[in-house]
Design a protein around this ligand. Structure first.
Ligand code: AMP
Length: 381
């Protein structure tokens, strides 16, 4: 379905046209009538499927620009996602009088306070900074009509849950709540339901847990051989951009020190860096000024890097959800992508679970330690 077949005002249609959005993506088509009608929603869709615009378009339509108050509140788990989200809303709302703004940690709080005081219609926020501002008493949620939890399963996990409950408890009147996520583990599902009132459920990932646009490669090797194998892989492959994930900051630092000897257009990112540095690295990577980015999981969720051809798991992901989020940085919007995961002996039981739960068809480069894949792919020579 095309956007212009819906009753969307011309100033939004023009902006969408300028962005090159003509056809709705499946998640946009499925959720638009529900969001527009004011119903609560729990939507599961693959990462990179157009979830941001799916929320942003009806939300912008519903905002009354003449009312100088926060009417839409969007919570996201990371600063980068916050910036990405608000940038998309800004583009879609460019020709309207709707004012979106983002508040997140690591950025001057007084500047944010001053901006919020001037008037904001749609506020995108990370929970920590939002709570700071709530304590300062400068935010009013009296006019919030729609609250959105993006990457909802992450926001409802232990570290965030209390903050989210507190924030939601500050919206005292009836409002619409929308939950969006690419993954929703069972234990989180119940919490999600506690936030919703008679919700509609839309799942576009029920049949296949891992996107088909991604090929899943694995290599079984001793940790000591990984460095050589990674270099061989990066040199053999036709890499447009690669995102390399490690499980801890010190692992990111160490891999960066090693790889920068051989690769020039490479950088690293983790939560230990200052916000300005983080933002500048993300910008460079998004604009393809960097070819390789080594990162912790702050870069795993929701970030839209359209040119990433390869995602590499230097360290085996903690669980299936983390695998989905990391690998979802490639193969976006119908493009092809490759995921390449190093596996060592202690990862084998997690690997079995991953393959089963995400219905992954693994391609082994070299030995298949599970002995299930007879036709080994082998390394290119
Ligand atoms: P998201 O899932 O919101 O991160 O979006 C993934 C990518 O799809 C982003 O680069 C968007 O700009 C792009 N996108 C979203 N909706 C559409 C659409 N209807 N047509 C073309 N591209 C889109």
């Amino acid at each position: 379905m095309k956007f212009n077949e819906l009753d969307i005002p011309l100033n939004i249609l023009k902006a969408l046209d300028k962005m090159g959005y003509e056809e709705m993506t499946p998640i946009q088509e499925a959720t638009y009538p529900v969001i527009f009608a004011g119903q609560d929603l729990c939507a599961l869709a693959e990462t990179g499927s157009g979830k941001t615009a799916a929320c942003a378009i009806p939300l912008i339509q519903k905002v009354d620009p003449a009312l100088n108050a926060i009417q839409g509140l969007i919570l996201v788990p990371t600063r980068e996602l916050c910036m990405q989200y608000v940038a998309e809303i800004q583009k879609i709302a460019a020709q309207t009088a709707v004012i979106p703004y983002a508040v997140y940690g690591g950025f001057d709080k007084q500047t944010q306070i001053a901006r919020v005081k001037q008037g904001v219609h749609i506020l995108v926020a990370t929970p920590g900074r939002l709570i700071d501002l709530l304590y300062e008493g400068i935010l009013s949620f009296a006019q919030v009509r729609c609250a959105i939890l993006d990457e909802a399963d992450e926001l409802l996990k232990v570290g965030f849950l209390e903050d989210i409950e507190f924030i939601m408890s500050c919206i005292l009147h009836e409002h619409q709540t929308l939950l969006f996520s690419a993954t929703m583990p069972d234990d989180i599902k119940k919490l999600a339901h506690d936030c919703l009132r008679d919700p509609r459920h839309i799942s576009l990932i029920a049949e296949r847990a891992a996107p088909e646009s991604i090929e899943h490669y694995f290599v079984y090797s001793h940790p000591k051989q990984r460095h050589t194998e990674l270099i061989r892989y990066l040199e053999d492959e036709d890499v447009n951009q690669a995102l390399i994930f490690c499980n801890a900051r010190h692992r990111v630092d160490a891999l960066f020190r090693f790889l920068r000897k051989d690769f020039q257009d490479i950088d690293f990112m983790h939560a230990g860096l200052g916000q300005d540095t983080r933002s500048s690295i993300i910008r460079k990577f998004r604009n393809q000024k960097l070819r390789y980015l080594i990162a912790s999981d702050v870069a795993a969720r929701g970030l839209d890097f359209s040119h990433v051809s390869h995602v590499i798991n230097w360290d085996f992901p903690r669980d299936g959800e983390q695998y989905t989020h990391r690998t979802g940085r490639t193969g976006r919007m119908g493009k092809k992508g490759k995921a390449f995961t190093f596996v060592s002996r202690q990862d084998l039981s997690s690997l079995r679970r991953l393959i089963r739960s995400k219905k992954i068809i693994p391609c082994w480069l070299g030995k298949d330690p599970l002995g299930e894949n007879k036709a080994h792919q082998g390394w290119k020579t």
